[in-house]
Design a protein around this ligand. Structure first.
Ligand code: NA7
Length: 872
């Protein structure tokens, strides 16, 4: 062991780093620490290396990520000297590989086997961790790394009477080394997750009788195992380094082509062909990667789920058993799907029986077997394949006390809170490998493990080179990371399942998404950015110096960030200041590729008389029977761009959600028709629509206005003009990202003026086209300048955090409230100027679209929900 690094310590540590666990993560951690000159020991409860692969020796245990991917990349020689015999290696082969690595790099000499860490306490005076083991030792270290695995603490069986059973009881998660002989035995298996699904076909072949006790059926696809296929073998032989690098930036840690089409972009035949190819693909990702939207769109997921259920029905002879094996109450992929060999066909064997615990739950285990509510089933052996206290179980099984004696278990009582899944505030110098909040179990673990190990050791190296010896995540950083983790999950179907990803398999465990669903590559990017920005979100200290670098690494909603990234890749021209024809052509070209928005009952184009000629409008009628309340809508486009149909997808969405007639009005545009043409047209249009409500299919008197951006400006101004004119009556105004003031010096302009689609320069050029400087203070141009806002209709003002117009919208909501108008303000976290109208593109804004629609329903029914000014 090399000499401990002891900079700044009062009483030196025994060792620089204690690593808990000697599985894939702990072993590489030891190797890497050594390579960087840190002293380290690993503590391992088992008698030997291997972690998960040491304990899970049940028949059929295999990794269901191809072994070519599920192997270390840090030592290229390993790929040459180790040949995998199968695409998905068995547990003995994986364990042999781990042993080979431990021997090759002489890792065992720094591992204490058969020793369990019981507690670890942060010694605040000394800035050291004191780690206590079950052998009574205390090891003092500077840094403490939990390489304890995500699926390493088995869940308690939760079935009464296990101790009374006279036969043999086994857990897949701690299988006897010598194996189990099932010949001539009556065997019961409880649990049909990956472990059960792998073990059941093999136990069925040996046992006299097998009864499977199933609580929740699982989706499983054929593994089609065999020799390592060429498409994998050749990657390592011909382009190893590129392949490994692609894995690091891939979606799930195994580089595979990504889909480009959504399920309903193709016809039924093509859809079936792609699902079928996925079924035959022989990897978990073969199905999920057949389309882009399987994990986000419930209808798309229903399509693949039904395809898979049909496969089960086609394999299992008895239709009743087949139906019992079909998952129906969660979307495919939201509970860990399985890869199997002959799983469903096993139920065609005469010696295999399925007991559906949904129909006949287990009452108890007796000395003779398992008693369900209907019958007693005599057994010789019971196998529990009941899963794990995933992701947090191992971390919380150690009594961890951080700063101020705070226990990790108390801090995480409502669910784990981490920064990047690597660290947690209040627990300095503690690192987790593949902790909650990182891609972990949703990725190829080897890629995620190597990433974390390298990140941590780089961090320790950075501390050492800069004279620091303590690193700690800040509360702000971890809270916002947790928010980001939830934002990512909320865009998917994952929260819809009672899965162990959500902590739902352990009674009493908080229901929160545990892994990061945003993908391996995007996650790595965030980790790189944290370092590049000087360990953003961490406090580094030591040698009397403190580097407090508080901050948030991901603030945009994930789909907004993805959209901005995609736009950046397109390298679009900057049209601010370009001739209006160029700006209009550019906007129209971008709009052409948008999703169309939902179906509505009817679309009617028409004209209405404006002050300077006819104005074109488009009417969106709901599917329900009329008459309906009427919403007059003003499109965005800086008074310069756009028309009655330019916000079509949003108008459809608004119509469908609010069940109102939406009439989108094309007003005259600048510079051809400058201020005040647009607002004069707006008023005339509202007046005419109010007068013709009945002919249009509307309810006379039930009329609200809504507008986005410059259209929000028009809607706001029209409300004032209508009030002053005494007509028409407007029952509510919804102002989305409105322009309310020509003052372009507000903080929002400075903070959000570049990079978020609507730029400050573009907005300036819009104003230049619309109104000469001397007219801009006119309240018909800048409604915020009005001194008489009293008596206006109730309002909902929506602003977005990353919009240059954010602050003027907020100011207008405040001004309305101050004037006694019932005004509500909603500020959308992580959204940009275009988010609210980007239907089916920015799905994270769907909630605010629903809120807008519900507010309009309230306005139109005369029961506004608007009340006090709030910021949501
Ligand atoms: P899983 O996937 O958590 O599966 C556990 C199974 O056991 C699952 O079918 C459970 O049903 C069932 N179970 C759990 N408790 C009970 C009780 N009390 N009664 C009846 N049935 C029960 O664990 P695995 O070991 O199979 O796989 C873990 C991961 O390892 C796997 O996903 C891969 O990543 C590798 P439930 O669904 O909770 O109704």
């Amino acid at each position: 062991m090399s000499a401990p690094y002891t900079s700044g310590a009062m009483a030196g540590p025994d060792v620089d780093v204690v690593v808990v666990g000697a599985g894939f993560a702990g072993l590489y951690m030891l190797y890497r620490l050594r390579a960087f000159g840190f002293s380290a020991i690993a503590i391992e409860a088992a008698e030997d290396v291997g972690g998960t692969w040491y304990w899970n020796r049940y028949p059929g245990a295999r990794c269901d990520v191809p072994s070519v991917d599920y192997s270390y990349s840090f030592d290229p020689e390993l790929d040459e000297e180790w040949g995998w015999t199968e695409k998905f290696a068995t547990q003995p082969e994986i364990l042999a590989y781990i042993n080979h690595v431990a021997e090759k790099h002489d890792l065992r000499r720094d591992i204490r086997f058969s020793t369990r860490v019981e507690a670890a306490t942060w010694d605040e005076g000394a800035n050291l961790w004191r780690v206590r083991t079950d052998s009574g030792d205390e090891i003092v270290c500077r840094y403490y790394v939990m390489a304890t695995g995500c699926l390493s603490v088995p869940k308690a069986p939760e079935v009464e009477g296990t101790a009374e059973f006279r036969g043999d009881v086994y857990f897949t998660s701690s299988w006897p080394r010598e194996g189990v002989d099932f010949a001539g035995k009556r065997v019961g298996v409880i649990g049909t997750g990956s472990s059960g699904i792998q073990a059941i076909p093999l136990i069925a072949r040996e046992a006299e009788a097998l009864v499977v006790f199933q609580r929740t059926p699982n989706f499983s696809v054929p593994a089609r195992n065999g020799a390592v296929p060429d498409y994998l073998r050749l990657q390592l032989e011909t382009r190893r380094d590129e392949y490994r690098e692609e894995a690091r930036w891939s979606r799930n840690g195994s580089p595979r082509p990504l889909p480009t089409l959504r399920v309903f972009d193709v016809d039924e035949g093509e859809r079936f062909r792609r699902f079928e190819a996925g079924w035959h693909g022989g990897e978990l990702s073969s199905i999920t990667a057949s389309f882009t939207d399987l994990m986000v769109d419930p209808d798309a997921n229903d399509a693949v789920s039904e395809f898979l259920r049909d496969k089960i029905r086609s394999i299992v002879d008895d239709p009743e058993i087949a139906e019992a094996l079909c998952p129906t109450d969660y979307p495919f992929g939201t509970k860990r799907p399985c890869l199997d060999t002959d799983y469903y066909a096993t139920y065609n064997r005469p010696n295999v029986r399925l007991v559906d615990l949904r129909k006949t739950p287990i009452d108890r285990i007796s000395e003779r077997g398992i008693e369900t509510q209907d019958e007693s089933i005599d057994l010789d052996v019971i196998v529990f394949a009941t899963g794990f206290d995933a992701m947090t179980g191992a971390l919380l099984s150690i009594d961890l006390a951080g700063r101020g004696g705070v226990r990790l278990a108390d801090k995480w009582a409502a669910g784990p809170v981490t920064y990047l899944g690597l660290a947690t505030a209040g627990f300095p110098n503690l690192f987790m490998i593949t902790g909650p909040g990182s891609p972990s179990v949703l990725s190829n673990m080897l890629v995620s493990i190597e990433h974390h190990v390298e990140w941590i050791v780089d961090c320790l190296d950075h501390l050492r080179s800069n004279g620091f010896d303590v690193v700690e995540a800040t509360p702000t950083a971890e809270e916002s990371w947790g928010q980001h983790v939830n934002d990512c999950a909320d865009l998917t179907l994952f929260p819809r399942a009672a899965s162990w990803y959500m902590g739902a398999n352990v009674p009493g465990k908080p229901r929160v998404i545990l892994p990061y669903v945003g993908g391996v590559g995007p996650y790595r990017k965030a980790c790189v950015e944290v370092v590049d920005r000087g360990y953003l979100g961490f406090v580094l200290s030591g040698g009397g110096r403190v580097h407090h670098n508080d901050g948030i690494v991901r603030r945009l909603q994930p789909d907004v960030a993805a959209l901005l990234e995609a736009r950046e890749a397109l390298n679009l021209p900057d049209v601010a200041g370009a001739p209006v024809e160029v700006v209009r052509a550019h906007t129209a070209a971008l709009a052409a590729g948008r999703p169309p928005g939902p179906e509505v009952g009817e679309l009617v184009d028409g004209t209405l008389p404006g002050p300077a000629g006819d104005l074109v409008y488009r009417l969106f009628r709901p599917e329900s029977d009329g008459p309906h309340g009427v919403v007059v809508y003003f499109h965005g486009g800086g008074w310069v761009v756009g028309s009655h149909d330019s916000d079509d997808p949003f108008c459809r969405d608004l119509c469908a959600r609010s069940d109102a007639l939406v009439v989108s009005v094309g007003y005259r545009l600048a510079p051809e028709a400058p201020f005040p043409a647009a607002v004069e047209d707006g008023l005339a249009a509202v007046d005419w629509i109010a007068d013709h409500a009945r002919e249009l299919g509307g309810i006379p008197g039930a009329l609200a206005v809504c507008g986005w951006s410059a259209g929000g400006n028009i809607a706001a101004v029209v409300c004032r003009l209508a009030r002053d004119a005494g007509r028409p009556a407007i029952s509510g105004q919804v102002l989305l990202n409105p322009v309310t003031d020509a003052d372009m010096t507000r903080v929002g302009y400075v903070e959000n003026g570049t990079g978020f689609i609507l730029t400050a320069d573009l907005m300036r050029s819009f104003w230049d086209h619309y109104a000469p400087v001397e007219d801009r203070a006119d309240p018909r141009a800048s409604p915020l300048r009005a001194t008489d806002l009293g008596g206006l209709p109730p309002a909902l003002v929506v602003t977005c955090e990353f919009d240059p117009l954010r602050d003027e919208g907020a100011a207008y909501a405040r001004a309305l409230s101050a004037a006694g108008v019932a005004a509500r303000h909603v500020d959308c976290r992580g959204q940009i100027h275009t988010s609210v109208i980007a239907v089916d593109v920015i799905r994270s804004a769907a909630a605010v679209r629903a809120e807008v629609a519900s507010e309009l329903r309230g306005f139109l029914s005369g029961v506004p929900t608007a009340g006090l000014l709030t910021s949501g």
